[in-house]
Design a protein around this ligand. Structure first.
Ligand SMILES: [Zn+2]
Length: 279
């Protein structure tokens, strides 16, 4: 471990005896901290702790010195499935979040009471762009789809660091570009593609962000996030199960045949996997 990496480890919140950066190399910052303290909400069982392995793409691609400066402001937190990070038209955003294993969705509420997800964010980006864009209260909910870990930073800190115009700014602008591409693709997807194709695309997008075979998703949740009726989701899940592509039991969906799932997805999945350089 080089000297700068040791310095980084000693500055991690909580003290150097608890946190260590093991195989850190400039640009990747793989961190191992076996006993990282977690802000654990009360009365909620089994939060998923930050495992100490830094995988968020924005943070992992920061130059070493810039990451070291930001590190002192980062705080590991557990994000619990079903909870919201920001409410509808919440005026003040206290924190921005860099998901590690958690996946977050932006949900719109329609006048008839139904919902539809606009975009999802996992370890590839940051949640809380309003903090740096200075935009008004969001017209959507920001809800945690898959519980997991994240690193959070106070909104005023990320706004200040973004304004410095260094690598963080470029990385976040790239993420914003990808988010815009996702929003555009989602609009096309909702209007043109069948529910089962959309379901396949969405499951793949979630799995890409959690790297797990089993996804903790109920059909009710899927219907909310896809803006689809529950019977349509049930019929699609049944068809996928009968073809051996997925299985599900008690709120856990297992992807059995990813290759066929990809082949069954609409073109949106392939489009969204491409780097968002076209914007
Ligand atoms: Zn589509």
């Amino acid at each position: 471990m080089s000297v700068p990496e040791r310095k980084r480890a000693s500055r991690w919140p909580g003290g150097s005896s608890v946190y260590s950066l093991a195989t850190a190399t400039p640009g990747t910052h793989r961190a191992i901290a076996a006993r990282l303290k977690i802000n654990r909400p009360r009365n909620i069982p089994e939060p998923i702790p930050f495992n100490g392995l830094l995988t968020n793409s924005v943070l992992a691609n920061l130059p070493g010195s810039e990451f070291e400066e930001l590190l002192r402001y980062l705080e590991p937190v557990s994000l619990l499935a079903g909870h919201e990070l920001y409410g509808f038209q919440q005026k003040i955003i206290d924190y921005a979040y860099f998901p590690e294993t958690a996946v977050v969705s932006h949900l719109y509420l329609l006048e008839d009471g139904s919902t539809s997800g606009a975009s999802i964010v996992g370890s590839e980006g940051m949640v809380g762009l309003s903090a740096i864009l200075g935009s008004g209260p969001p017209s959507y909910w920001t809800q945690i789809i898959v519980g997991g870990s994240a690193l959070r930073v106070r909104a005023e800190v990320i706004k200040r660091e973004f304004a410095r115009g260094r690598a963080l700014q470029q990385l976040l602008l790239s993420h914003i570009s990808a988010r815009l591409a996702q929003l555009a693709q989602r609009a096309i997807c909702n209007g043109r593609h069948r529910v089962q194709e959309r379901l396949c695309t969405w499951l793949l997008m979630i799995q890409d962000r959690v790297s797990e075979e089993k996804l903790p998703l109920t059909q009710e949740q899927i219907a909310h996030h896809l803006g689809a009726r529950r019977p349509g989701i049930t019929a699609s899940c049944t068809a996928l199960r009968e073809n051996g592509i997925i299985s599900y039991h008690r709120g856990l969906i297992s992807i059995r045949d990813r290759t066929t799932l990809e082949a069954s997805a609409c073109e949106c999945y392939r489009a969204l996997r491409r780097p968002a350089t076209a914007l």
